[in-house]
Design a protein around this ligand. Structure first.
Ligand code: SAH
Ligand code: SF4
Length: 354
């Protein structure tokens, strides 16, 4: 059965057009059916009450619509909401909705778990479960609209569970679904992919014509410091990553989690400034959230502020981010689904690195 929700809107239009033609149904039906995938979504075809009953029934038989089952929805005291979804095979993923003024940013997952085992990250600690399909990734937005059309996110960030560039095929399609006018119609500048820097796929991302934003998780300005925090440094090395970013024609954001005694000295700030300045990169400084390896502690607030000031004094644009949703474990890097029934796998055992 064709999974329309895993196709780009253009491919879904073709598939539906062919299907209507084979049944000798009028072509104008396409204009009624296609918007029910993403623009004005229905959970099930029978809910599309503007369509004749026999067409609804036939669509229902031909095209099952991927659904995420909402398991829990928690609201933080600061308005951040966390959604736990169950997939058809029982795997679980999370999304986080962060309201800020008129903006509603949805932080989505691209994989169940993550193979890369960054020491500070809760998702990394749970290991890799599987890749998500484009339908499963984009449906995190779809389900929110189904719950309440007013809730449609204005911004989407791939900062939930998983490494998006290790699931490039599905993420590539999802970017089109998010941005396309027949999809969710979210502006490319409001869509951010966050990655540790999987170089072959970074190049593919860079080749996309739309102005999608790129965030690179740096976390240390030296190869040795980075290796101590992020095993991926073994495979894709900092100098090569920086080289790749020089060729990237759009502005990059560096994500930098401040961890006491690991990456937060004035020398680290100076080295980071020498990397960020020539690229014109914006540096997002993130307080460490709990959930990663034990023994890591956030940098003291005064040190974080000093780090930010030092970057700024070198002409680098830096922002110390507030923690959001901490009370419901909804902050970036805190997303982790406890899998009770199956053996926990260690990240290294599933290193699906290319
Ligand atoms: N795998 C991708 C995207 C998901 S992680 C990546 O690593 O970029 C999204 C962001 O959360 C990354 O910048 C990551 O470094 C950050 N993060 C992970 N663990 C964190 C923690 N314990 N505290 C704060 N941020 C964390
Ligand atoms: Fe995976 Fe990103 Fe977490 Fe590293 S920080 S383990 S790449 S989700």
């Amino acid at each position: 059965m064709t999974d329309l929700l895993s196709l780009t809107p253009d491919a879904a239009r073709d598939a539906l057009g062919d299907w209507l033609a084979v049944r000798a149904l009028p072509a104008y039906r396409l204009k009624q059916v296609l918007p029910r995938l993403w623009q004005r979504p229905v959970r099930r075809w029978p809910d599309a009450s503007d369509l004749p009953a026999d067409l609804r029934g036939a669509l229902d038989e031909a095209f099952a619509l991927t659904a995420l089952q909402l398991v829990t929805r928690q609201v933080s005291s600061d308005g951040t909401e966390k959604f736990l979804w169950k997939l058809a095979d029982g795997e679980m993923i999370e999304s986080v909705l962060i309201p800020e003024g008129k903006r509603r940013t949805l932080c989505i997952s691209s994989q169940a778990g993550c193979a890369l085992g960054c020491v500070f990250c809760a998702t990394g600690q749970m290991g890799f479960r599987r890749n998500l399909s484009a339908a499963e990734i984009a449906s995190q937005v779809r389900e929110l609209i189904l719950l309440d059309p007013e809730q449609k996110p204005t911004n989407v960030v791939f900062m939930g569970m998983g490494e998006p560039l290790l699931n490039w095929g599905a993420v590539d399609t999802t970017l089109t679904i998010l941005n396309h006018p027949d999809g969710f119609g979210i502006g490319a500048r409001h869509i951010t992919v966050s990655t540790v820097g999987i170089l072959p796929h970074l190049a593919r991302f860079a080749r996309r014509a739309e102005q999608f934003r790129l965030a690179v998780s740096l976390h240390s300005p030296t190869p040795a410091g980075r290796l101590a925090l992020m095993p991926i440094e073994k495979k894709y090395k900092l100098p090569d990553l920086l080289q790749a970013l020089t060729a990237f024609r759009r502005r990059v954001t560096f994500e930098y989690v401040l961890i006491a005694g690991k990456n937060d000295t004035p020398e680290d700030a100076d080295r980071l400034a020498t990397l960020a300045a020539p690229l014109g990169a914006l540096v997002n400084l993130l307080p460490l959230h709990p959930g990663g390896a034990p023994g890591l502690t956030p940098s003291p607030r005064s040190q974080m502020l000093a780090f930010e000031r030092r970057l700024k004094s070198k002409g680098v644009e830096a922002v110390l981010r507030r923690s959001r949703g901490l009370d419901i474990s909804a902050a970036c890097g805190q997303l982790r689904v406890e899998v009770e029934t199956r053996r926990k796998v260690r990240p290294q055992e599933h290193a699906h690195v290319e």
